[in-house]
Design a protein around this ligand. Structure first.
Ligand SMILES: CC(C)(COP(=O)(O)OP(=O)(O)OC[C@H]1O[C@@H](n2cnc3c(N)ncnc32)[C@H](O)[C@@H]1OP(=O)(O)O)[C@@H](O)C(=O)NCCC(=O)NCCS
Length: 168
């Protein structure tokens, strides 16, 4: 995967206007809105570029956020400090072009997001994602993410556990 795609910060040279993941909300966000969010530091965006063609094959965004302790699923919550919120990084959006479906690119984007969060010099106990639909939720659950107590489409994984996915 690392040979075929370069995962790098979003730049002007990345052509976004024909990105098609099959989900309208993800596609219009990536085509029309993401650069404004990056400009305002609401999110960082990383793009998977197919090296041979320079095509944009997928992307994800990260934003600093937190999760109320009362929403962290048991038994994960019991071992945490009694602060009202858990520092966490939100994967706001993640998608890959439909031309690259089922080739491990979604997994490569998720693993890169985990590495980025784990290596950032800012504390984040967990990584979480707002799944856009039930299929997206199933994607995260397949990697061990657990639904939040009151928001079942928001999926949560401690960074320490996520790192085991990358290097078991
Ligand atoms: C979800 C998405 C990113 C998956 O990308 P992909 O490149 O097709 O998936 P991969 O080839 O990397 O699959 C990796 C693993 O996840 C599994 N998987 C993929 N999609 C899945 C789903 N919806 N439910 C359960 N498991 C899924 C695969 O079976 C594979 O497991 P395996 O290695 O054991 O076979 C992609 O379907 C997509 O971009 N969808 C539209 C946007 C979206 O739903 N984004 C999710 C975040 S909001």
């Amino acid at each position: 995967m690392s040979v075929r795609f370069a995962i790098e910060p979003l730049a002007k040279a990345h052509k976004r206007d024909d990105f098609f993941s099959g989900n309208d909300r993800i596609d219009s966000y990536f085509r029309e809105t993401v650069s404004q969010d990056v400009k305002r530091n609401y999110a960082t965006c990383f793009v998977a570029r197919e090296i041979a063609t320079d095509r944009v094959a997928g992307f994800y965004t990260l934003s600093s956020s937190n999760v109320p302790l009362t929403e962290v699923p048991e038994p994960l919550a019991t071992r945490l400090p009694r602060y009202p919120t858990v520092p966490a990084v939100l994967i706001g959006w993640l998608g890959r072009h439909s031309d690259y479906a089922g080739q491990g690119l979604g997994e490569a984007l998720l693993f890169d997001a985990i590495k980025t969060v784990a290596n950032a010099p800012i504390g984040a106990h967990a990584i979480f994602a707002d799944a856009i639909d039930d299929q997206a939720a199933a994607f995260y659950v397949a990697f061990g993410f657990a639904p939040l107590v009151q928001r079942p489409r928001t999926l949560y994984l401690p960074v320490a556990t996520a790192l085991n996915l990358i290097s078991p």
